[in-house]
Design a binder for this molecule. Sequence first.
Ligand code: ADP
Ligand code: MG
Length: 487
Amino acid sequence: MSDYRIHGATGEWEVVIGLEVHAQVVSNAKLFSGAATAFGAEPNSQVSLVDAAMPGMLPVLNGECVRQAVRTGMAINAQINAWSRFDRKNYFYPDLPQGYQISQLYHPIVGEGEIEIELEGGATAKVGVERIHLEQDAGKMLHDQHPSMSYVDLNRSGVALMEIVSKPDMRSPEEAGAYVRKLRSILRYVGSCDGNMEQGSMRADVNVSVRKPGQPFGTRTETKNVNSVRFIMAAIEYEANRQVEVLEDGGTIVQETRLFDPDKGETRSLRSKEEAHDYRYFPDPDLLPVELSDAFLAECRESLPELPDAKRARYQDGLGLSAYAANVLTAEVETARWFEQLLAATGEEHAQRAANWVTSDLFGALNRLGRTIEDSPVSAAQAAELLTLTADGTLSGSLAKQVFEIMLETGQDPGAIVEERGLKQTSDTGAIEAVIAGILAANPGQLEQYRGGKEQLFGFFVGQTMKAMQGKANPAVVNELLKKALG
Ligand code: ADP
Ligand code: MG
């Protein structure tokens, strides 16, 4: 796919990347208990007896989490396993009161799938997904609350995660970044994960190895819990270069777990890699295998919205939008939703103008205001009205820009602004001709030069006329009448 290479002393190296993304499942309750999952709650306020692992408590599988994992699998065209099972992964950690995590090693709910990523210059590539399994999250240690003690917050304990394991198909930091962005976009379209990386709803374990092109895969390291696209790309860059240096110095790469330090932009060793047998995985005896009925699977499939790839293709082929516009308008589900509300009001025949306006005027304004489209000060209905006023000739392009600025400031509807401030474009030939006559009389010097052959002065007369009419004259009419008057 990529021709990204690290140039070492001994020649060029290729980078091999596989990502394990943990995505928190959108659900009102945890994977095996009824406790709430809201972000930012008081420590230990969302902990049931099951989550605190009180003796004798039994897990009960939350059907909504199963449904979300299945819908996510379908969205990446993955194999859905109608029979799956939960396993215990045993290890000790103070934020894991059960002494084991319930996960799915041997029979994950979702098997192989595929994600198409968009690369610079319009190229696309496919990244394989090995599996998606459901598992519990752990709690969180708080080391900064007391000088000599550590506290534990179990709010996250038992929250449902999907672990989405890619194949080692990526070959550059850019591809890994594009993969995470695309995966996040799909999860948010499906509604199975909010994709909020700052809040920890999505984080990645980054597996990196290097090799000389054409050679077998090298030994990999795994950098844990990286929580932004930028950090994922930086961790890969650093880690690949580190490995090349080690290998070129005659060393070997040990398979180990590492941590990324965002302040230094470095990874550092945490512990040597554990193998599956170290965890003594075995089927959880408290839980029955999960069997999915055909009716359940059909319901999951029907509940899926139009997904980004299909939407992008429809915007290009059906609405006639450019590849660029189709891409930016479908990348985030909120943008597509807003754009489609706009189109519902203007009619699809205005799609190209609407797309131009959204990607330039609206995005420009939101950028300036530091806002997202969800809290745009101008609604899709108001934007539709503005576009309609432009299409029917009430507003010229420059008047529309003025009106839009006022809409941003006041929140008023464009029709009201046009009425109140008299911003209508005029095609009244009599009025325009009168203004032109005045301009020609007031600028005899320029008039003489123009008639003497200095045709660039035409623009000067257009400008003077528009200025005298406060930008409200129809530019096409002004051009036509000026040509007549000057000719
Ligand atoms: P484990 O079960 O030990 O975590 P897996 O084989 O499931 O190992 O792989 C975990 C992740 O590591 C996957 O995302 C996979 O794509 C990636 N991976 C496997 N081998 C390599 C390699 N040589 N270089 C980079 N990534 C790799
Ligand atoms: Mg792993």
